[in-house]
Design a protein around this ligand. Structure first.
Ligand SMILES: [Zn+2]
Length: 1009
């Protein structure tokens, strides 16, 4: 899957907004243990913390302590209830002891109630505690009988081999009926078969075996808390035997974006139509058919769909036969699938049209609603090119006879890699010459490259469990950029990847981050794995490894991995073992190296000190922290860092030096003295570098005198690097500003966009806090450095891709910050476009900027909205919507968010993006938060708790707050919802970000003085 907006061209000023949402998951907190049970098991300390928190709050108020000091006090105090680092227990206060006794009494009472009144207990999560005796306590099924399984993960005593699935959806009544026959094999003798089912009304269930005369009816127990059902067998199920479980059921088509869901759209005659499509990853296959819904339970699938004659259907496999089954109803039967995971199953019932092309015995087709089929050509050509590339690169043929790419008119994710039937948003698949920009073209190409890579990484070889989601997503993201670099070098997408690495490191430097391979159990924990760490950090680590072990070894390693594990499931170690097969173990142990990156959260800060020919390097964790004494901390962190560096004597891109730093510190001896040294070449490594004062000055001077001595990526990296160090107090903001002075000579997009990004962060923060002088300083800085470049831009689509991107970036920034004569030109173009009733064509690369300028007036806004509703180009609509949401008219902003939540005039798939844009403006950032609070229940129903959309909404609606009052409000709001919600990583990250904003603002004020 690819998440929408994670890879999209984003608004120019927001990238704290992309800060994702993480919190560390301790394995012992999550394994087989319902959340609320912690109140019983470990709750004593936690409850006391709440009491003491109130105590500290009130004391602090009395003493006039700053909130940050109070926070520090809270943390210190909290640690008092756990073991101190030397293993001894701290002595609690009298008050603590009293509270402890009370809580203990309550806990004992609750436990007694559990034992004495079993009926009140085991029907809910939270009644079991994590020890062996309690694990024997089973929950109650919906009919009051004992449910014979008490864990979140399914048992492995019975495994599925094959599914025969028949579905009959009714697009008019929005209901469907289904019948599934699952052939299972018994691994250990058992009387029960435990599998998943969610929201299905089961009407009949039978079990058959080769040894039985006939099918036997079986009882089905349901435990909806974990989406599990238990089939109670009439006899013991014997080891090695196959059985066939048949279940008839019915359900409603979903009105969310998950499961088997319905979508409305307009046909070419503007008539409203319905289609039904699926989105199963990660946990929604169970809501379309009873199944063993974990990725490691791979099986084959035979799918049959009954439909009205006027519709058509698609599924993973080619259609085999269509037979009439009743008046006006026919049944499509598809070929038996390859062995695959349930989350990759897909089917669509619709009236779509397609174009096709054959390559290497595979028929590639792109489907869209009929009136948009003209925008499908770029996708078809791109898909064919990339499919051919991947087959050659992996030396494994794409195993299916067909590959369909389908644009779904309403789709929450960016795209989904269902084997043989990839589903997309319309914006990520369709390309329109007149309205799609150079960046839109890159987006479509990138998403196709990502999803096609999944046909191998994810579909052919699948992660065993969601803790290793990065194996799917990190690899697909890595291959996406690598494949584009090879097949479409003109798109220069490697710099987009660099930009994403910068953003991801910002998130990963929070204490709320997590190791990319993290234990997960609950549905919201699994949903939360779909974040920038699994995708971008995963891909970044693969890039670092590839650069270190060289491309040939890397390619041979992944070829081994795919061959060794085809049609099976893997863990991270399987990948490293495959890599180790192609390296000389005594010299380089890939597993040892990479474990330090996969299993630790965060990343290192490498400090370099140069003396003569010696380079003294040392590592520590790079951590942005609200407490200045912990800015870099925790001595236990140690990475094996493949350092790379260039010097004044060897600055050619062909000769970076490498050194593996696997200790806390080391000394590298150069062959000769050099004038300068720059580490982390092109930022191919996932670490930040700090230099001694003299070396920083030398590099700053080098940028001014000879910027071409460093690559554009190295220049962008230095900008990112120095501002990151400002954030942790290692370098002054003045020095960072000093480095930016070279930008008058800069003509490349990567360094310019990084500089604008960093300045925007400061500008936005101080603007929201009503510090006009300080925001004027950062704005003035941009004007001085880039003013002439802004004025030189032409409002056209002419030039190389790099020039077009540069123009788009610079003008978007200039207009949104009222620099030069940008707004005047944009407004003039908008008025001409409006006067032509939208028929005059606008340059696509600056179209969004022109629309945004027009949306500032009531007339312009209304006209834009009317054009939005009639446009058939999603690329154009996307730009229009962003412009509509950039107004500062409060009533219009509320209307936009509300209308999108309703999902009719503006689709709900756009809501997350609308909230992102609304949050950027001064009035909007307060409105967005109010909207989120008021509509929280609707939001989590529509988008699922923990999903990327919810992560994004929480982040963007809070990330610009920088006052203690807002901090308290955000904390209180989420805590008032539920423990599950307040424990979401995105919530923890939002709180940490606000705390950091409070601190950053102090830094800015210091600079002013
Ligand atoms: Zn993906």
């Amino acid at each position: 899957m690819i998440e929408n907006s994670m890879f999209e061209e984003e608004p120019d000023v927001v990238d704290l907004a992309k800060e994702p949402c993480l919190h560390p998951l301790e394995p012992d907190e999550v394994e087989y243990e319902p959340r609320s049970s912690r109140l019983l098991v470990r709750g004593l300390g936690e409850n006391e913390m709440d009491e003491d928190e109130e105590d500290y709050e009130s004391s602090a108020k009395l003493l006039g302590m700053s909130f940050m000091n109070r926070s520090a006090g809270l943390r210190n105090n909290a640690s008092g209830y756990r073991q101190s680092s030397d293993g001894s227990c701290l002595v609690p206060s009298l008050r603590t002891m009293v509270v402890c006794a009370v809580v203990l009494l309550i806990a004992v009472s609750v436990i007694m109630v559990i034992y004495l009144l079993p009926k009140c207990t085991f029907t809910k999560e939270g009644c079991h505690k994590k020890n062996h005796t309690m694990e024997l306590i089973y929950p109650l099924a919906t009919n009051g009988k004992r449910f014979p399984w008490a864990k979140t993960r399914l048992p492995s005593n019975v495994v599925p081999l094959h599914y025969d699935l028949i579905l009959q959806p009714n697009l008019t009544t929005a209901k469907f009926s289904g019948s599934v026959q699952i052939t299972v094999n018994v691994i250990q003798v058992t009387w029960n078969i435990i599998l998943h089912s969610s929201g299905l009304n089961i009407t009949k269930a039978t079990l058959t075996s080769a040894g039985w005369n006939q099918a036997k009816p079986v009882e089905v127990l349901e435990y909806p808390v974990r989406d599990q059902i238990a089939v109670v067998a009439p006899d013991a199920l014997l080891v090695g035997q196959n059985y066939t479980l048949s279940i008839d059921y019915s359900s409603n088509l979903s009105d969310t974006y998950y499961g088997f869901y319905k979508v409305s759209y307009k046909d070419e005659h503007a008539n409203k139509r319905w289609l039904a499509a699926t989105q199963f990853e990660p946990l929604a296959a169970r809501s379309a058919f009873p199944c063993f819904d974990e990725p490691a339970f791979k099986a084959t699938f035979l799918i049959k769909i009954k439909r009205d004659e006027q519709h058509s259907t698609l599924s993973n496999m080619p259609k085999n036969v269509t037979i009439p089954v009743a008046a006006g109803i026919v049944q499509d039967e598809f070929s038996v699938s390859l062995k695959m995971s349930t989350y990759l199953v897909a089917f669509i019932v619709a009236n779509l049209k397609n174009i096709s092309k054959e390559t290497n015995r595979t028929l590639v087709s792109v489907y869209a609603v009929p009136q948009k089929l003209g925008q499908a050509e770029h996708a078809l050509d791109t898909a064919v090119t990339l499919l051919e590339f991947y087959q050659k690169y992996f030396h494994i043929e794409y195993p299916l006879q067909k590959l369909d790419l389908v644009a779904i008119p309403d789709f929450q994710a960016g795209a989904m890699e269902n084997w043989g039937l990839i589903t997309f948003r319309e914006t990520t698949l369709l390309y329109d010459d007149k309205t799609s920009s150079a960046m839109d073209k890159k987006l479509v190409t990138a998403v196709i490259a990502h999803e096609l890579a999944h046909q191998w990484f994810g579909n052919l070889v699948t992660m065993e469990w969601w803790n290793d989601l990065w194996l799917n997503e990190g690899f697909a993201t890595f291959m996406e950029y690598f494949a584009m670099e090879r097949t479409f070098p003109g798109l220069q997408t490697d710099e987009d990847f660099l930009k994403l690495r910068f953003k991801t490191m910002m998130k990963d430097s929070l204490n709320a981050s997590r190791p990319i391979s993290s234990a997960v159990q609950s549905s919201e924990q699994i949903e939360e794995m779909f974040d920038a760490l699994s995708y971008i950090k995963g891909a970044s680590l693969l890039l670092m490894l590839k650069k270190y072990i060289r491309h040939d070894s890397f390619q041979a390693g992944i070829e081994n991995y795919l061959h060794n594990h085809s049609y099976r499931s893997t863990q991270s170690d399987d990948l490293w073992d495959s890599m180790n097969e192609v390296t000389i173990l005594d010299i380089l142990n890939v597993k040892k190296l990479m474990k330090t990156w996969i299993l630790q959260k965060g990343f290192p800060l490498v400090t370099v000190k140069r003396k003569g020919k010696s380079l003294y390097v040392q590592q520590e964790r790079f951590l942005r922290s609200v407490e200045s004494e912990n800015w870099t901390s925790d001595a236990s962190y140690l990475w094996h860092i493949p350092l790379s560096y260039i010097t004044s004597n060897c600055s050619s891109f062909f000769c970076p030096y490498a050194y593996l730093l696997d200790q806390k510190s080391a000394t590298i001896e150069l062959q000769e003295e050099v004038k300068w040294v720059k580490f982390n070449v092109d930022m191919n490594g996932y670490y930040i570098v700090h230099y001694a004062e003299d070396d920083w000055n030398t590099l700053i001077n080098l940028l001014r005198t000879d910027p071409a001595a460093l690559s554009p990526k190295d220049r962008a990296h230095l900008i990112n690097n120095i501002f990151s160090l400002v954030g942790i107090g290692k370098v002054s903001l003045l020095k960072a500003f000093h480095l930016l002075d070279y930008l008058v000579k800069e003509n490349h997009t990567a360094p310019i966009s990084q500089a604008l990004f960093q300045l925007s962060l400061i500008y936005d923060l101080v603007e929201k806090r009503g510090m006009p002088n300080l925001s004027a300083v950062s704005k003035g800085k941009v004007e001085k450095l880039l003013g002439s470049k802004i004025d030189q831009q032409t409002w056209t689509d002419n030039g190389t891709l790099s020039e077009r991107e540069f123009r788009s970036t610079v003008l978007a920034f200039a207009c949104s910050h009222h620099l030069g004569n940008c707004s005047t030109t944009a407004t003039k173009l908008f008025n001409e476009w409006k006067a032509s009733n939208g028929t005059k064509s606008l340059p696509t690369d600056v179209m969004k900027t022109v629309f945004a300028a027009g949306a500032k007036t009531d007339d312009g806004w209304e006209f834009l909205l009317s054009m939005y509703t009639s446009s058939v180009s999603e690329a154009e609509k996307h730009k229009m919507l962003e412009a509509l949401a950039s107004t500062e008219d409060v009533r219009k902003l509320i209307w936009l968010m509300q209308t999108s939540l309703e999902g009719d005039l503006i689709r709900a798939q756009e809501l997350s993006h609308i909230i992102t844009t609304v949050s950027q403006s001064l009035p909007g950032h307060l409105l967005a938060w109010d909207f989120v609070k008021e509509n929280w229940e609707k939001l989590i129903r529509k988008f699922h708790l923990g999903s990327f959309a919810i992560q994004n909404i929480v982040t963007v609606s809070t990330f610009q707050f920088s006052t203690e009052a807002h901090l308290l409000e955000v904390k209180t709001f989420f805590e008032s919802k539920s423990e599950k919600i307040s424990q979401l990583r995105c919530v923890k990250e939002a709180i940490e970000t606000i705390q950091l904003n409070i601190k950053t603002q102090c830094l800015c004020v210091c600079v002013r003085h």
